[in-house]
Write a protein that binds this ligand. Structure first.
Ligand SMILES: Nc1ncnc2c1ncn2[C@@H]1O[C@H](COP(=O)(O)OP(=O)(O)OP(=O)(O)O)[C@@H](O)[C@H]1O
Ligand SMILES: [Mg+2]
Length: 447
């Protein structure tokens, strides 16, 4: 913090000033009230510590000036035993706390540490609120990149109407998040947001889950049960992994969209529903249409507004913002700072698992940091190559950079093996210096 220390007693000014600097604060020490007033006019401080009795004007005037200049400046007033009245007066004039002399410097340092922590929390809170309400973002969604700003624009534009939205994007890109934002920004936000993954249930169960059933519709149907469509009435129905919907359910969904009505399984009564349908998929629905696995008419009904979420590697500049977002979200009230090289490393990585993978990474780093409040490179778990391969089932779909990196690593391993692990020889064969080879071995984690 930027601290202004106003104290004419030299021994206190020097030792307390030193201890505060030692604790990481930037301290300006003055011995005169008038000078303090002038300084407060030109400079902003996070915290002012002032004695009451001072040459020039007294500490109460310094306190008032500090609070006038910047109401959120924390002011601590130092008073002597004999002057309880002064302490009361100081608190009445807006001091945040007082310190009775004589005091231990450590106690003051500790008090400032807590103030600092509190201020960072307030600051984080404010930023979070801005993220939530900000015109640049959407509720709970971070993204300053051009690609995401374009997405936000579409979401804001269509949130107000009832057009069906089809959200596409790789795993972990935030499809469900966007669906929720669409709901929250719509007039339907007072009614339910109901989500169901079409891939999570066997075909027959999916049907009863969506449409509900009447008593006795099948052996286990002891009583009538409402389906998700009925529960979503007035609100938004989110159909996740819509590509997994079997053809016989697709027909029924088409009718729901066209007629806004349906019957429960085993029932005769026609039920009216009013809902917005938002669906999501990781695969190309059009491709499934061509293969005859997805109804073309349904595809066009669902895809009135297409929203494609770009993979994280295409959102320039968003990784550090997301890291900070998750640091605040997952820090459990603890205030972590993050080393720049960590942010750099994270910005370079290609994130095949997108935002979800990044979120996991930050959670792991926080866990690895233990009691330390600084996230360093050594807290990042090495990116597991096999997991990366699993997330990218086909190398045909790997980004060029990863293909090159992968090929390089494998070639180095092969050469090293053929020269019996002799590094100088390997460097010679590879046509690179020993130093470069050594760095690559370290990067790739090759022993
Ligand atoms: N832009 C974002 N800002 C903040 N958090 C995000 C953002 N995008 C995604 N997340 C978070 O990342 C995680 C994954 O998001 P979500 O579940 O919406 O992805 P998805 O595309 O539905 O993934 P899948 O295809 O695997 O179902 C969630 O915890 C979500 O809160
Ligand atoms: Mg999802």
């Amino acid at each position: 913090m930027k601290v202004l220390l106003v104290e004419d007693e030299e021994s206190i000014a020097i030792t307390l000033g030193d201890d505060l600097r030692e604790a990481g604060h930037e301290v300006t020490a003055l011995a005169d009230g008038t000078l303090a007033l002038r300084t407060l006019r030109d400079q902003a401080f996070d915290c002012v510590i002032t004695d009451v009795r001072l040459p020039g004007v007294d500490g109460i005037e310094v306190l008032k000036a500090a609070k006038t200049a910047r109401p959120d400046t924390e002011v601590l007033v130092m008073t002597a035993y004999a002057t309880v009245e002064a302490a009361v007066e100081a608190m009445r004039c807006g001091a945040d706390d007082y310190i009775q002399k004589p005091f231990l410097n450590e106690a003051v340092v500790e008090r400032l540490r807590r103030i600092g922590e509190y201020r960072t929390l307030l600051d984080d809170n404010r930023k979070l609120r801005e993220d939530l309400q900000g015109s640049r973002g959407l509720p709970g969604i971070i993204g300053d990149s051009r690609a995401m700003q374009d997405v936000f624009k579409v979401v804001r534009t269509v949130a107000g109407n009832d057009a069906s939205v089809l959200i596409t994007g790789e795993s972990g890109t935030g499809k469900e998040r966007i669906a929720q934002a669409l709901h929250k920004l719509s007039p339907r936000s007072v009614k339910p947001f109901v989500a169901l993954s079409c891939g999570a249930l066997p075909d027959t169960l999916l049907e009863t889950e969506l449409f509900g059933h009447e008593k006795g519709a099948f052996t286990d149907a002891g009583r009538q049960r409402k389906g998700r469509f009925e529960l979503a009435n007035g609100g938004t129905m989110f159909l996740d992994d819509i590509d997994d919907m079997p053809l016989q359910v697709q027909v029924k969904l088409l009718r729901v969209i066209q007629e806004r009505e349906f019957e429960r399984v085993g029932g005769e009564e026609t039920i009216q529903v009013d809902m917005r349908i938002v669906s999501a998929t990781k695969v190309s629905l059009l491709e499934l249409v061509k293969q005859g696995k997805f109804r073309e008419d349904l595809y066009y009904r669902l895809n009135v507004v297409p929203i494609n979420l770009p993979p994280l590697r295409e959102r320039e500049g968003d990784v550090p913002l997301l890291v900070q977002h998750f640091r605040r979200l997952l820090g459990g009230g603890r205030n972590f700072s993050i080393k720049t090289d960590v942010l750099e490393a994270m910005s370079k990585y290609t994130w095949p698992g997108n935002v979800r993978e990044l979120e996991n990474h930050v959670a792991q780093a926080i866990a690895m940091a233990g009691s330390s409040r600084v996230l360093r490179k050594e807290h990042l778990l090495p990116v597991d190559k096999t997991r990366r391969a699993a997330l990218n089932p086909s190398t045909d779909l790997m980004p060029l950079r990863e293909v090159l990196v992968d090929a390089e690593r494998r070639h180095i391993e092969k050469v090293l093996k053929s020269v019996g692990g002799h590094r100088t020889k390997a460097a010679g064969v590879l046509g690179i210096s020993r130093k470069v080879l050594w760095e690559k071995l370290k990067d790739y984690g090759i022993d």
